[in-house]
Design a protein around this ligand. Structure first.
Ligand code: FES
Ligand code: FES
Length: 163
């Protein structure tokens, strides 16, 4: 008999009730049950960070969390970043401007990792950002563009907060 549980998840501000097998990961739940395929799966065992989403505001590897563990939680995925009309947010635009992506496979994970960091009103210098983004793997960019993108947005958001 398949073991299923009724779970309530709020994803990108929308509440969902789902019947989930205990073994189903949060990443598979987002992709298969909710069609949110912006959360990418690379290694599927916690190494690459491509699957990073925010769980109650904290970045987590969605391949390492079971969907049932997220019962009652707020989840944010990369789909939450762009505006209603599809306009990219400041961080996404900065990644594009600073060549923070090439193939783009790792990008959703880096964006969500960076969003969580930016929400802490950080110092936002290159050294600190380099430390933060070292949590995830990118095989294309050499990281400099990613660091530049996050540093730029940290400075801009700081200025907005102080205005
Ligand atoms: S797919 Fe989750 S860490 Fe690599
Ligand atoms: S842009 Fe290709 S893996 Fe990061």
């Amino acid at each position: 008999m398949i073991d299923r549980h009724l779970v309530t998840l709020t994803v990108n501000g929308r509440e969902h009730e789902l019947l989930l097998e205990s073994r189903k990961t949060l990443a598979d739940t987002l992709r298969e049950d909710l069609g949110l395929t912006g959360t990418h799966l690379g290694c599927e065992h916690g190494i690459c960070g491509a699957c990073t989403v925010l769980l109650d505001g904290e970045p987590v590897r969605a391949c390492l969390v079971f969907g049932v563990q997220a019962d009652g939680a707020e989840v944010r995925t990369v789909e939450s970043l762009a505006e209603e009309g599809g306009e990219l947010n400041d961080l996404q635009q900065s990644f594009s401007r600073n060549h923070g992506l090439q193939c783009g496979f790792c990008t959703p994970g880096f964006l969500m990792l960076a969003e969580a960091y930016l929400d802490t009103d950080p110092v936002g210098d290159a050294e600190e950002v380099r430390e933060v983004v070292s949590a995830n793997l990118c095989r294309c960019t050499g990281y400099q563009g990613i660091v530049d993108a996050v540093v730029e947005v940290a400075a801009a958001r700081k200025e907005q907060r102080q205005a």
